[in-house]
Unconditional design. Structure first.
Length: 70
């Protein structure tokens, strides 16, 4: 995944707590540096954003590619 020009492993998404109901989402790289710190309501609905992260993380573990948009 590319965030602000940096390549970030999908496995780093495990640091996002899907049960933490807050508007702020922080994604860190493998060294612990913040690569994304944003209020997710500015991106899309919080549920949709976290579900998208969960889907990306699951796909990275199964090795299956995500569906291409039609």
């Amino acid at each position: 995944m590319k965030v602000r020009g940096k390549q970030v492993a999908i496995s780093t998404l495990i640091t996002v707590d899907l049960n933490a109901w807050t508007e702020r989402v922080i994604v860190r790289d493998e060294s612990g540096m913040e690569v994304l710190n944003t209020i997710c309501t500015g991106i899309m609905s919080h549920d949709l954003f976290l579900n998208t992260l969960a889907a990306l993380f699951e796909a990275s573990h199964t090795g299956e590619p995500l569906a291409e948009p039609a």
